[in-house]
Design a protein around this ligand. Sequence first.
Ligand SMILES: Nc1ncnc2c1ncn2[C@@H]1O[C@H](COP(=O)(O)OP(=O)(O)OP(=O)(O)O)[C@@H](O)[C@H]1O
Ligand SMILES: [Mg+2]
Length: 371
Amino acid sequence: MRSKNQADIDLIIKQAYDRFMECVSAESKNFDNAKNCLNEILQSLSTINVDSASSLGQRVSTLKSLINQKILVPGKQEETKEGNVDYSQKFAELGARFIQNPTRKFSDLKGMDEIKRNLRATLIYPFVYKDLSREFGISLGGGVLLYGPPGNGKTLLAEAIAGEAGISFIELNPAYLYNEYFGRYEKNIADLFRLTRETAPNLLFLDEVESLIPRRETSDQSVIKRGVTQLLIEINRLMTENTGGTVIVAATNLPWEIDPAMLRPGRFDQKIYVTLPSSLDRLEIIKDQLNKGYYSRDVDASLIAHRTEGFSFADLIYLFKRATQQAFFQSVEKGTKEHIKMDDILNQISLVKRVYSLDLIRKYELFNNQS
Ligand SMILES: Nc1ncnc2c1ncn2[C@@H]1O[C@H](COP(=O)(O)OP(=O)(O)OP(=O)(O)O)[C@@H](O)[C@H]1O
Ligand SMILES: [Mg+2]
């Protein structure tokens, strides 16, 4: 059992920490106020008398050094105004990838017509037709969650939204951002969002968001829980104060593992189910593949589309890759250039494994109906 005294100190540190996060968040609005606020916390911490070798003592000194760093390194605000900051480098320090002018376009993705239309109307056109959207009072940016089985273009879609809107693309690496050392993880998150605000208009891509924002009740690690809280605060802030125009795209194969608070209205207004391709989508990508390779005349795109129900886009591409490798190998063995034949493709269809159970697809549909 801990003594009451320790519990009190624990509470003071927690409150000081929460206050620290508030001050840091206020920094971009008024730097001097933030600095005063940080000094007040330092004073409150100096009233604590605790053994510096104990775990409480270590938490106090870590918090103090975090605050001192913030107070003593005020240059970041001025730096950005000069406009010559190397943001790729700054994002890279947090393990994130920053692409100033992404080139991916919707035309790189087959099918998905309905999804593309939707995204154009809600997220992309406000950036493309800025003056008109201003006249209509439409704000730039917003949150969208993409969910569905693997290999159906969620990541490609996120990149293409940025490419179509003409905004920069930021991709996060959650493993790099994570840090067990007291307060470091939250600080990394706060820094990431500060850089995101500074580089708007842009798109922040949170891939595998269920690992970044897992249900808090299922996690026994307090660092993760505090990280989730911090992320939700930052996302909220970005969505409400979104003056520069930031789109947040989150993607997952496991939407039911995300903390429900993230899915509440105001954070991710659009939740898009990125399904397995329809037969028409499959036909489109199959025809595209047939145009690119050395296929014999008996290859029937409609029959392949019919036989590949349940395949993802990635499975379909893999199927043609395997058939092409097969024909290439036969050509080498026979010493003549062999076409890729319908039989080669049909053989591969039975070999390319489908990883999606009907149960899993039903789970996505249930989530889709509930959200
Ligand atoms: N709509 C599409 N048109 C063309 N190719 C696609 C499409 N969707 C996916 N692909 C192919 O599948 C590969 C995987 O796509 P992507 O990484 O975007 O899927 P994902 O849904 O993000 O998968 P995961 O859930 O595993 O991250 C792509 O590199 C591309 O070759
Ligand atoms: Mg992906």
